[in-house]
Write a protein that binds this ligand. Structure first.
Ligand SMILES: NC(=O)c1ccc[n+]([C@@H]2O[C@H](COP(=O)([O-])OP(=O)(O)OC[C@H]3O[C@@H](n4cnc5c(N)ncnc54)[C@H](O)[C@@H]3O)[C@@H](O)[C@H]2O)c1
Length: 245
């Protein structure tokens, strides 16, 4: 029987690959044999060099529809798209005034418009080939309203919207050989979390610890694989048992 988790021969584009979870995902997918195109605001050249296997690095602002369309016109056929980019900055939605309004707009630009730009750009090629897997990154904070991380509402709303978009995109292309799924990570030790600058009561967590980036990367690699042929519209909880959908 063919091993459908094997990623050899699969071309996967991973955005946010300069970040912790995106970088870990790239390493996992490369270890399974995938050929990667890795992007971030600044091209992750060092990671591309580390991974070898014809990995290509590119700079890309996912929030720019024009830049996303230009890159996708250039990269050639893709078997899978993974978006690990994300934006989380604390703000004061009660007294923050214009500053918070700008933070909301920036958060939605990166966490909602970015994935929409990416999905829109990769679909024509996948539809033409009758095959593709798309993986988007949500958050446990959309499930538990940030009971572990003191998140603020722009982030919670953006990730709740992202979970809804996973289901929306999945429905749109369910009869075209394309599956769209997401992961919903709990607190993972990454720069994004460290920037929150808050203590975590890990003793009260079921596994008594935070997650590691690769512990999101492995589930994402599964979602990139052909083993997901009858799985679409799922947002998979990966949170050490902290919250269930
Ligand atoms: N770390 C956690 O605890 C946690 C929990 C739940 C969800 N997430 C989500 O996981 C994903 C990865 O987060 P991470 O923890 O690895 O953070 P990270 O900060 O290490 O990585 C995020 C990456 O996104 C990139 N990025 C930001 N804006 C971009 C844009 N406009 N275009 C392209 N790239 C852009 C950044 O440059 C960065 O490299 C995010 O979507 C985040 O919301 C993280």
């Amino acid at each position: 029987m063919k091993n459908l988790f094997d990623l050899r021969g699969e071309r996967i584009l991973i955005t946010g690959a300069g970040g912790a979870i995106g970088g870990a995902t790239a390493r996992v997918c490369a270890s399974l044999g995938a050929e990667l195109i890795i992007t971030d605001l600044k091209a992750p050249e060092a990671l591309a060099e580390e991974l070898g296997n014809s990995t290509r690095a590119a700079g890309l602002d996912n929030a720019s529809r024009r830049d996303v369309d230009a890159l996708f016109a250039d990269v050639g056929p893709l078997d899978a798209l993974v978006d690990c980019s994300g934006y989380y900055v604390k703000g004061d939605w009660v007294d923050g005034g214009d500053e918070w309004d700008a933070l909301l707009a920036r958060t939605l630009d990166i966490n909602i418009k970015g994935p929409t730009n990416l999905v829109r750009a990769c679909l024509p090629g996948m539809i033409a080939r009758g095959s593709g897997r798309i993986v988007l990154t949500g958050s446990m904070s959309a499930r538990n309203a940030g009971s572990t991380l003191a998140v603020e509402p722009a982030y919670v709303a953006s990730k709740g919207g992202l979970h809804a978009l996973v289901r929306y995109f999945a429905r749109q292309v369910a009869d075209k050989g394309i599956v769209v799924n997401g992961v919903s990570p709990g607190p993972i030790l990454t720069p994004l979390l460290v920037s929150a600058n808050q203590p975590f009561a890990t003793d009260s967590y079921p596994m008594k610890r935070l997650g590691e980036p690769a512990e999101i990367g492995w589930p994402i690699a599964f979602l990139c694989s052909r083993g997901t042929s009858f799985m679409t519209g799922a947002v998979v909880d990966v949170n050490g048992g902290m919250a269930f959908s």
